[in-house]
Write a protein of this length. Structure first.
Length: 400
């Protein structure tokens, strides 16, 4: 009898061929900020390898909302390439998801030649100046989300994932550490959640029921004073009551201050330091362990947090975080999670889902060395895989 993992399942208006989703992770193969042949191949391998849906990351809704200039900005010039990408994914039997968002304080202002925006004025942990958004910025960015969502549907995507995690702009608004505003956008949790909820509503209004709409939500920022479960579960309740989402994908960590909280396992300090300009390498050697601390790896390490959401909510939930084994997926479904999301495991073996379905594998070969993280600057890949076609991917931003 075939496992429930490999039975078709509904996500909003979309039927997926199984319960395994490729998490959104920056692919690092868009040097011109547009779809490239390498990006198409990246997702072709994952979709041909059996995943139900592969998520394209990271698609910026505003020019200053890119992580840097290599990031795809959702504008008319990107449409033809995105259509080609979704066509290849569909040809291989998978659905296509677009992760859309605004990087906010995580953005590289120098690369974008635009200010890095945040809830409040200040500086990033790396010393970059952050400009607090105005009421006009909030209105513009909300409209940008709606416009971007419409373009994504036109490009043939089946699902939109709104980025509410990792201290990108909307996540930063949720954070009591980063959001120090005294107006209607700051202070109480209801106020801090106002902008994210407004954006989710704008996306749903723009696309109606034509595609699935999900959100990637931080359960915990992993930094002192940041968002924690006592508030994030309440944000989940707000999003459920708003009725705009088909599922929540549960994540954690801060690309701004603590990305290893998301990855767990060995911190690739030497490899990451080698990607920095020479002027920054000494400082990173001295203090890099503070930005990239090591955490012990555990299978399904976010599951204890995610269970609190499962207890509080009735909407579909997507579990991610160190999912490597078929029995883990089975247990997650038994606990009433609707889907699981994988990234590092599929970077190591893009065809892992098909291997699991056929019964030739039950566990990923990924060893959680995290040396894939620094490769985002030259094409994200597993460094243990070589030869033609190596490099379906993962990045420091999200998922795994």
């Amino acid at each position: 009898m075939e496992s429930r993992v490999f039975e078709p399942a509904r996500l909003g208006p979309v039927t997926l061929r199984n319960r395994i989703i490729k998490a959104a992770t920056f692919e690092g193969v868009m040097p011109d900020g547009l779809v490239s042949d390498k990006l198409v191949e990246f997702h072709r391998r994952v979709s041909a390898g059996g995943a139900a849906m592969t998520t394209v990351a990271y698609l910026a809704v505003s020019p200053e909302g890119r992580t840097d200039k290599r990031c795809i900005s959702l504008r008319p010039e990107a449409l033809d390439g995105l259509r080609r990408l979704t066509g290849v994914i569909h040809d291989n039997g998978a659905a296509a998801a677009a992760q859309i968002g605004h990087a906010g304080p995580v953005a590289n202002a120098r690369s974008n030649r635009a200010p890095a925006l945040a809830p409040s004025n200040g500086f990033s942990p790396m010393g970059s100046r952050l400009r607090g958004v105005s009421e006009q910025d909030i209105s513009r960015i909300t409209a940008d989300y709606g416009r971007a969502a419409s373009l994504v549907v036109e490009a043939g995507f089946d699902c939109i994932e709104i980025h509410l995690g990792h201290n990108y702009l909307l996540s930063a608004f949720l954070s009591p550490k980063l959001n120090r505003r005294r107006d209607r956008w700051g202070g109480s949790l209801e106020n801090r959640a106002r902008f994210p909820r407004q954006v989710v509503r704008a996306v749903r209004d723009a696309v109606g029921g034509r595609v699935a709409v999900t959100a990637k939500l931080n359960m915990a920022d992993g930094v002192p004073g940041g968002l924690w479960l006592d508030e994030s579960v309440d944000v989940g309740r707000m999003l459920e009551s708003d009725g705009c989402l088909d599922a929540l994908e549960l994540t954690g960590g801060s690309s701004l201050a603590n990305p290893m909280y998301l990855f767990r396992g060995e911190a690739p300090l030497r490899e990451f330091g080698a990607t920095l300009p020479p002027a920054l390498r000494l400082g990173f050697r001295l203090f890099g362990h503070r930005f990239l601390p090591s955490y012990p790896f555990e299978e399904a390490f976010f599951l204890p947090y995610a269970r609190q959401f499962r207890d509080a909510l009735s909407m579909p939930l997507i579990l991610l975080g160190g999912v490597n084994r078929l029995d883990t997926i089975e247990h997650a479904l038994a606990e009433d999670f609707s889907f699981v999301a994988m990234a590092r495991a599929l970077l190591r073996e893009p065809d892992l889902v098909e291997k699991m379905r056929k019964g030739t594998s039950s566990e990923s070969l990924c060893i959680h060395c995290n040396k894939c993280m620094p490769t985002i600057y030259r094409g994200t890949r597993c460094v243990l895989v070589s030869g033609p076609g190596a490099g379906a991917g993962i990045g420091t931003d999200s998922g795994h």
